[in-house]
Structures are given as C-alpha cells and as structure tokens.
Design a protein around this ligand. Structure first.
Ligand code: NAD
Length: 361
C-alpha cells in the first residue's frame, strides 16, 4: 500500500485528537484533509496555528450537511470520524445531528457515490457505558445502576448502592457489556457507533469503533467546557483559584494521553483484526479525582487550595475502562498522566491561556 496515494479525511480535524492524528499520519506519508466547522467555543473562528503550514488541505464545512460531506469525501480512501458536539447543554437535537446523523451520512454518501473507502474509524466514548456494572457485596448479584437520583446526590450519598442500601463494587468497563449512557452525548455516540458497525458490516466497509477514556495532552481547547478535569484544574491552578473537586473526590477515572490514542487510531488503520469491533482505549489505571487534582497542583507549582464541593447531575460515580482487549493487539498506553499534565501546562502557558483575557477571545 503506497501511503502517498492515500488521502485521509479527518472530520473534526482542527480539534485536539484529530490534529495529533493528522500529524502522525502525515509523518507516515499519508495525504491529509482536515474537515471542520471550527465550532465555537472550541475554536475562535480560525484554523488553529497547529494545523497551519503543514501541507494539510483545510476544508471548512459542517458534518451535518450532506453537500459539505460529499465534498469532503471526494478522493478519500480513509476516514477518521472525530467531529463531535460535546457538552452538557440541553440542546438535545444538536448531539444527534452532529454525532449520529453525520455518521449515517458518511455511509450514505459512500454507497451512493460508490466511493473506494477502505477504512472508517469512528470515535466512540467511554461515556457510553454510563455507570456500568456493579456487584452487591452481600449477595454477589450484579446490576446496571440507573443514574443517581437528585435525592441521593443532595444527601451526599455518592456511592452506588445495592438493593441492601450498601455501597456496591464497581467493575471496569468491558467492550461486550451493555451500554447505559446517562446523557444525550453518550446516547448519540452509541447510536453513531452502532449504525457505523452495522452499515460497515452490511456493505463491507471496514469500520472500527474506538471508545476513548478521558484523553489528555496539549491542544485540548480550554474553551471546550466538556474537556474535563485537566482543563478545569490547570486553569484554576494557574489562575490561583481553588481547585473545585466534585462529590467527595473519591470518584475513579482513567486518563489516557493523546499520543497513546493516536497510536490506537493508527493501529485501527493497519490491523484488519480490529475491523467491525469496538475497542476501549484507556489509561489502564484508575485515579481518584482528588489524587489527580493534587498531582496537578504539584506539577503546576500552584499554591491553590482544594475545594471539595458540589456535583454534576449526569456524572457517573466511577468511569474506568478495561483495556485488555486492545493490549492483545499489541497496543499499550505508554504515557503517564504526569506527562499529560506537564504537556498541557506547557502548551497552556505558551498559548497564553493563563491570562484570563485569552480564554474569552
Ligand atoms: N477528548 C476526550 O477526552 C474524548 C473522550 C472520548 C471520546 N472523544 C471523542 O473523540 C473525538 C474528538 O474529540 P476531541 O477531544 O478532539 O474534541 P475537539 O472538540 O477538540 O474536536 C472536535 C472537533 O469537531 C469539530 N466539530 C464540531 N461540530 C462540528 C460540525 N458540525 N461539523 C464539523 N466539525 C465539527 C470541532 O470544531 C472540533 O474541532 C470526538 O468524537 C469525541 O466525542 C473524546
């Protein structure tokens, strides 16, 4: 396979994961087309400097628009579908138009125009698992808990309780367990990956779904309000404000460095054994949010305090992915959260985001 002749389309290519994926693919000789609508507030209306002057074709367009996607797919043999609406807002329709309908349109156009696409990689999300599976410590029965109720959260009963009203045991998410998304983002992602796998199989278009855990590293837009603990903690630490840790800080998460995610993205392209399946891409180690906040404080050399208060309605108690399946394909997360935090702080300062005015521009 001659990479030079292969054009890769990356939807959402101006974004965090898309741009890093473009750099790695370009290094391997692929020709790159980035397609993005430069969605605010993630972007400020311009292509970010990290994608300019690299020889990439920059195409502005909207994945919700079939005509735009038709142009984007012209001459392309590989697609990374990374564009997404990620937020906590109640504009529910936008999640499905951006995240789900766009995936359907990709397959629709490929079939209609008989395009020679040989691989589609779909960005799934760990968020789709919701709270996942818990086991009651008394009767050993497993159950899929619903989202914790307002009443429970208001009482500050953070743990998931079994039917005996005792804290139950969390099991890291596996690809073959049932999904249980707690918000429109997760629901729209599951719908997208399900239709992509089904259409891929039906029409023999090799399709791989990668369910990323929380991804970290440079270029994660500080204006992206969905981008999680690292953005929030680093912003607070560098501005000298208290770090706001929700619940009791004992909730577990796994964090994966963007370079490890890029490795998984590239593996999905060349490993046919990954086709038509779902793969978790995570950090492989659970972190208590409070310990992660303390690590940010130390690495940012900040004197900010920790403020343990509040909660977010659709947050899950724990979210940790089991990554054994992808490890068996030879992939490993090599980079630590320490490295991600350092990379992010360095980039954040270089871009001037530690000055409040830059964040609002
Ligand atoms: N970053 C994470 O922690 C994480 C975790 C799980 C899954 N994901 C998934 O990975 C993918 C990439 O995420 P990211 O972190 O790079 O996010 P990002 O916000 O940095 O990038 C997404 C890009 O999509 C673009 N976009 C949004 N709506 C669009 C539209 N209608 N048309 C065209 N472009 C549009 C945005 O402008 C942005 O550049 C997404 O699908 C996301 O759901 C990310």
């Amino acid at each position: 396979m001659n990479n030079i002749q292969q054009k890769v389309l990356i939807t959402g290519g101006a974004g965090f994961i898309g741009s890093h994926t473009a750099d790695a693919l370009s290094e391997k000789g692929y020709s790159i087309r980035l397609f993005d609508n430069l969605e605010p507030p993630v972007h400020n209306g311009e292509w970010p400097s990290y994608v300019k002057k690299k020889g990439y074709e920059l195409m502005r367009g909207d994945v919700r628009m079939k005509a735009d996607l038709e142009k984007a797919l012209k001459g392309v043999s590989i697609v990374y579908h990374l564009a997404a609406y990620q937020d906590q807002m109640p504009d529910f329709g936008k999640f499905f138009h951006t995240n789900t309908v766009s995936a359907a349109l990709l397959y629709e156009i490929i079939l209609e125009k008989k395009l020679p696409v040989i691989k589609i990689v779909i960005a799934g999300s760990q968020f789709s698992y919701g709270d996942g599976i818990y086991t009651c410590v008394h009767d050993k029965k497993t159950f899929y808990p619903p989202l914790r109720s307002f009443v429970q959260l208001e009482k500050k009963e953070w743990d998931i309780l079994c039917r005996h009203k005792k804290p139950a045991h969390f099991t890291p998410f596996k690809e073959d367990q049932a999904v249980n998304p707690t918000n429109s983002y997760g629901l729209s992602k599951i719908a997208a990956e399900s239709l992509a796998l089904q259409l891929g199989k039906t029409y023999d278009i090799p399709t791989v779904v990668l369910r990323y855990s929380i991804v970290q590293g440079a270029r994660q837009s500080p204006r992206n309000l969905y981008s999680g603990a690292l953005r929030i903690f680093v912003t607070q630490a560098l501005q000298g404000s208290p770090l706001t840790v929700y619940e009791d800080g004992n909730q577990l998460r796994d964090f994966v460095n963007v370079h490890d995610v890029v490795d998984a993205n590239l593996l999905a392209l060349i490993d046919p054994k990954m086709d038509f399946e779902v793969w978790n891409v995570g950090g492989g180690r659970p972190w208590k949010i409070i310990d992660f906040a303390k690590l940010v404080l130390r690495l940012a050399e900040s004197t900010s305090s920790l403020e343990i208060a509040g909660y977010r309605r659709t947050d899950t108690r724990h979210a940790v992915s089991d990554i054994k399946k992808l490890k068996k394909r030879g992939w490993n997360p090599y980079h630590t959260p320490e490295k991600s935090i350092k990379e992010y702080i360095e980039w954040f300062k270089k871009e001037g985001f530690n000055k409040v005015s830059k964040l609002t521009k």
